[in-house]
Write a protein that binds this ligand. Structure first.
Ligand code: F6R
Length: 333
């Protein structure tokens, strides 16, 4: 898993080559883009939404359930993303997209999604198989962004991508050193990861999912300034949490200056509600690079925490067991 995380920039570069060669079909003028996908295959949609919110009028709606939003119709574009190609909820949303005659593009490494797309002549970006889906973020995220560009729905991120790959390569050793220190501070504690900008909301979520799946621990997330209007009151309760909470705040150039002020006040008035706090910010480069810098850092923290907790970051037994049980239930229906 550590090798996979450290190889993220190379994977992003390869994903871009794959996506640039892939056929997405003719350009379109959809205003609504629904993206169906779960877990490691769903987070890419949230990241794209966060990124495009900064400089595009396109509405990206991540869909992480069996059904598409009612607004998705024949004028909409629907990306269907499943690394395995066999995820039940995603296949159900795929069927719905077909029934509603959405324009569909599939992103997958195989499975039933590949078979159905080939049979129906649906454009498919086929990515390399054999990884845990969460370790294939580059393969699952980059084709979304390149696809939107090729379909004429957003600007080109080609230069941003090249800069991101370069920055991640040059910073990965320093990020790894930083991750070891952060992981040591999280050991035995409940991390609360707070995003302070809409660019970083999905990054905080990625931190949570990676801590869940790699380190096998719980993690709490929330966003500022919304947090200031509710959660701030409950922080540190029940009391055992105060002794075991670590606050991780993700900051960025896109964080509103008043939100920075808010964070400083929160840290002051909730002193005693957490044992430690870490403020993290990537500097330099385009939005995409700062986003992926913090993602890589979070991924590394999750692997280093797994090491400290002596758990294997690779298996996700409970996810597999749930899929098995649900599969059995389906056979009986
Ligand atoms: C496993 C992981 C999971 C899967 C999810 C959906 O590494 O990250 O969250 O991504 O169960 O499966 P796929 O990605 O195959 O559609």
């Amino acid at each position: 898993m550590l090798d996979q995380v450290l190889g993220m920039p190379e994977q992003m570069a390869e994903a871009e080559r794959i996506a640039r060669r892939a056929g997405y079909g003719p350009r379109c003028s959809s205003r609504l883009v629904a993206v169906a996908g779960m877990g490691g295959s769903g987070i890419g949609a949230e990241l794209v939404r966060g990124l495009l919110a900064q400089d595009s009028a396109l509405t990206v709606v991540p869909c992480r359930d069996y059904c598409l939003p009612a607004a998705a119709d024949r004028s909409s574009l629907c990306f269907v993303v499943s690394y395995s190609g066999n995820t039940e909820e995603t296949l159900s949303a795929f069927e719905q997209a077909r029934r509603r005659k959405c324009r569909i593009v599939a992103i997958t490494s195989g499975g039933r999604l590949t078979e159905a797309s080939a049979r129906l002549g649906i454009p498919t970006v086929r990515v390399p198989a054999g990884l845990p889906p969460r370790a294939a973020l580059g393969y699952l995220f980059v084709p979304l962004l390149v696809g939107l560009e090729k379909l004429g729905l957003c600007r080109s991120y080609r230069r941003d991508m090249a800069e991101t790959v370069k920055l991640l390569c040059s910073r990965r050793r320093a990020l790894h050193r930083q991750a070891r220190l952060i992981a040591a501070g999280l050991c035995g504690c409940l991390p609360s990861v707070y995003s302070t900008s809409r660019l970083l909301d999905a990054v905080a979520e990625r931190w949570r999912c990676q801590l869940n799946e790699n380190a096998k621990v719980m993690c709490h997330t929330n966003v500022l300034p919304e947090h200031n209007h509710n959660e701030v009151v409950g922080m540190g309760k029940p009391a055992f949490l105060a002794r075991r909470s670590v606050l991780v705040a993700l900051l960025d150039a896109t964080t509103h200056p008043r939100t920075r002020e808010r964070l400083a006040h929160v840290l002051d008035i909730t002193r005693g509600a957490f044992v430690n706090k870490v403020e993290l910010e990537m500097r330099g480069g385009p939005d995409l690079a700062r986003m992926f810098g913090l993602i890589m850092l979070g991924d590394l923290v999750s692997v280093e925490l797994a090491r400290l907790l002596r758990v294997d970051p690779m298996p996700v037994a409970r996810i597999d067991e749930l899929k098995r049980r649900m599969g059995r239930g389906k056979e009986r229906q």
